[in-house]
Design a protein around this ligand. Structure first.
Ligand code: 3H9
Length: 706
């Protein structure tokens, strides 16, 4: 056995006349330029070397290959390109086998498809997830996958971006064998030996016959095109994927590859690609809050939840689903029974949909216990309070927690906007108090704002991030202020929507335009879904402290005064006859709006769709920038992730801060200054934006400064 290192992230080792090429480029063996060059050189060398009979491709560490190096996209291309490397592998005249463990995704799977035979271990995850990054498989994947597994299955993989395990990959024909152990090298070598013993020929995917039935293939392509046109909501790359597969069917292989390349480059140039890749990195970057770098999380093996209302029950479900035992505290037996019923409702819904068995529900609920006494929390590691949003009530709860909880227990509040510094100051152990702001429904929504009061210990913050991971939530670190990151920014763009409504736009136009931008719902639909009474109560509470110079639109109050709180009351901004989930415009609401315009002496004017979106986004971006400026959010990307995961911001636009850079900050500032001419109190340009525009810098330039 001889060994030689290429020193270029691909190790070469000769074993019994098999050249083992180990891609070793932590953390996921991405195919950066150095790896591409090294792979290409190694295959070339194997071909020339008479001591080599065959080549085995494996990955070092936990994965085969995670894909192209996403960090290279948007930068000048460096040769050799990945399609060229794949072609080089496929053209090799000696058998090449890919042995896959862990992830073989995107370009990683395309490398495997270019090999002549494939074996996957049980832990393998194979997929072509480029669509989730605004791309298409651009290293031959759109041409080789359909030839190997047929147009229908290949389109499904490429359009969904889903990962398949080894068994499914084998059933699809994506791999030829499933390994029995977890030793990828031995499995790969054994398979190669068997192939060589059987004198198995070099077999190239470009010659595979998965598209041999043109009628079935064409039908699959047309069905995918129809479905994609309906479902892809303005996304650019999905239809390009269908076009590329059509090219696979209609063109000779090399022409198809050229066509794929053109389509890939179009996707690469699209702002959607930039937005989606920004989202990919941002959602990983938020995990690296400063406290997580130097503090060790406390161990959490039991949790208390105070309150069994919608929020408390949702939080309890999230915890139970993560395998944690939960003790719920309520003030009396009836409330406790309601809390338990709220939890059961979630699981019964799953059972009704066939997504859970009664036994599984019983197993989950065995981890739940209820009590009307705080004393049941003496040994609990973490308590999350989800009681009524009122400072005195919260402080009373914290006084009890302070009394009963063991030293070192983490005391968390789920408040949406109350001053957590004040809550922390009311207990004898402020270092243990943190905000865990869940979003409703708490068992479903991915966002978790980790609100960091001034006196909290770093290990408590680290514990919150650790908990988020257990709950499969996306945590974003936020500072203390009214509304933290998300609700604070929401209040501002929501006000901008109200101003436009009073000035002449209908709520139905605003909602439509916001949906067309890519949000699942417009602001008035959201209000109807959440319940208008919630915002109304907040407005009443704040009435006394409201800045009298700030414009205040009363339309929502008029609607709430009639008891129209949205879906749950059958009408709000919209009508929901017979419990309908989708609302219909309501002429009576339009009459209320007209009357309010008159009362406020507003002469209504028309708004173009474009102006509505410009104002809506300018308000969102400006307050997002303020939140960064005041260090409530660590970086612009933290605002982006908050909006992607908590507020339905369209992912392909990357988040409001990324969108601002796409539009151009100077343009956003010019908009704000233009709007300020009519309302200088509301439209005050954020100092952060002003400063960045003066320096000619972007918000993205602040993303590396946490
Ligand atoms: C493509 O292949 C295009 C081709 O068709 C055509 C080209 C011509 N590049 O997720 P993790 C980083 S498009 C660069 O926490 P896990 C990631 O940012 C690509 N970096 O680990 C993180 O960095 P940090 C198609 C990457 O174990 C670290 O690795 N492929 C890449 O939970 C760990 O990541 C995909 O879309 C990359 N490709 O999951 C797959 N991937 O530590 C994308 C990851 O500094 N990747 N990083 O924060 C994944 O889905 C997951 O990372 C994976 C591992 C499942 C592989």
């Amino acid at each position: 056995m001889t060994s030689e290192s290429a020193g270029h992230d691909v190790r070469r080792e000769l074993r019994n006349r098999v050249l083992v090429l180990t891609v070793d480029n932590p953390p996921v063996n991405a195919l950066g330029v150095v790896v591409r060059r090294a792979l290409s050189d190694a295959v070339e060398a194997a071909e020339q070397d008479s001591a080599v009979d065959a080549v085995l491709l494996i990955g070092a560490g936990r994965n085969f290959i995670g894909g192209a190096d996403i960090k290279e996209f948007g930068k000048p291309p460096l040769p050799p390109s990945l399609p060229v490397v794949c072609n080089r592998i496929e053209a090799c005249r000696k058998p090449v086998v890919a042995a896959i463990h862990g992830a073989a995704l995107g370009g990683g799977l395309e490398i495997a498809l270019a090999a002549h035979y494939r074996i996957a271990l049980a832990d393998a995850r194979l997929g072509l997830p480029e669509v989730t990054l605004g791309l298409l498989p651009g290293a031959g994947g759109t041409q080789r996958a359909p030839r190997l597994i047929g147009a229908k299955a290949a389109l499904d993989l490429m359009l969904s971006g889903r990962h398949v395990g080894a068994r499914e990959a084998f059933a699809l024909g994506l791999v030829d064998r499933v390994g029995e152990t977890d030793d990828v090298l031995t499995e790969g070598l054994d398979y190669l030996k068997a192939l060589l013993d059987a004198k198995a020929p070099v077999r190239r995917t470009r010659d595979a016959d998965g598209l041999a039935d043109p009628v079935a293939s064409r039908a699959a392509i047309e069905a995918a095109r129809a479905e994609t046109s309906k479902k892809s909501r303005g996304l650019f790359s999905p239809l390009k994927i269908v076009d590329a597969v059509q090219a696979a069917l209609e063109l000779p292989f090399d022409d198809g590859l050229r066509h794929e390349r053109q389509l890939f480059l179009q996707c690469l140039d699209s702002p959607q690609r930039a937005g989606l890749i920004h989202a990919f990195f941002a959602e990983r970057e938020v995990l690296k809050a400063p406290e997580t770098r130097h503090a060790k999380p406390r161990a959490i093996s039991s949790v208390g939840v105070i309150g069994g209302g919608t929020m408390g029950a949702g939080i309890a479900v999230a915890l139970l689903d993560a395998g944690l035992p939960v003790t719920m505290i309520e003030r009396d037996d009836a409330s406790l029974a309601r809390g338990r019923a709220n939890i059961e409702k979630v699981y019964d819904g799953l059972i009704a949909k066939g997504r859970m068995t009664a036994d599984a529900k019983a197993a989950v609920l065995a981890r739940w216990s209820g009590s009307t006494s705080y004393d049941s929390l003496v040994s609990t590691d973490l308590v999350i309070e989800a009681v009524f949003e009122e400072m005195v009530i919260k402080q009373a709860v914290f006084a009890e927690l302070d009394r009963v909880c063991k030293p070192g227990a983490v005391l968390a509040t789920n408040t949406s906007y109350l001053d957590i510094d004040a809550i922390a100051a009311s207990v004898s152990r402020p270092g243990d108090v943190v905000g865990l702001h869940f979003f409703s429904p708490a068992n479903i929504m991915k966002l978790l704002e980790v609100v960091v009061p001034a006196r909290v210990s770093a290990d408590v913050v680290a514990t919150a991030f650790d908990l988020a991971k257990k709950l499969r939530k996306v945590p974003v670190r936020a500072g203390v202020c009214d509304g933290f990151i998300g609700n604070r920014v929401l209040a501002v763009y929501r006000a901008a929507a109200d101003y436009m409504m009073e000035d002449g736009a209908s709520p139905y136009q605003i909602d439509r335009v916001v949906r067309e931008f890519g949000f699942p719902m417009g602001p008035f639909q959201v209000s109807d879904l959440a319940g208008g009474d919630i915002g109304w109560a907040t407005r009443k509470r704040r009435a006394a402290s409201r800045d009298p110079k700030q414009r205040y639109v009363q339309i929502a109050d008029r609607i709430c005064e009639r008891g129209w709180f949205g879906q749950k009351t059958g009408r709000g901004y919209y009508l929901y006859p017979d419990g309908a989930r989708t609302g219909k415009p309501d002429p009576e609401v339009e009459a209320i709006i007209d009357a309010e315009r008159e009362r406020a002496s507003v002469t209504p004017r028309t708004f173009s769709d474009e102006e509505i979106m410009r104002r809506y986004m300018a308000a969102m971006i400006n307050e997002g920038a303020n939140v960064v400026h005041q260090r409530i959010a660590l970086r612009p990307l933290d605002v982006d992730v908050t909006f992607l995961y908590g507020y339905g911001f369209p992912r392909h636009r990357g988040g409001p801060m990324q969108y601002a850079d796409t539009v151009g900050l100077a343009k956003v500032l010019a908009d704000i200054r233009e709007f300020a001419q009519e309302d200088p109190v509301f439209w005050q340009p954020s100092p952060l934006i002003v400063g960045l525009v003066e320096r000619g810098a972007t918000l993205a330039s602040l993303n590396h400064t946490a």
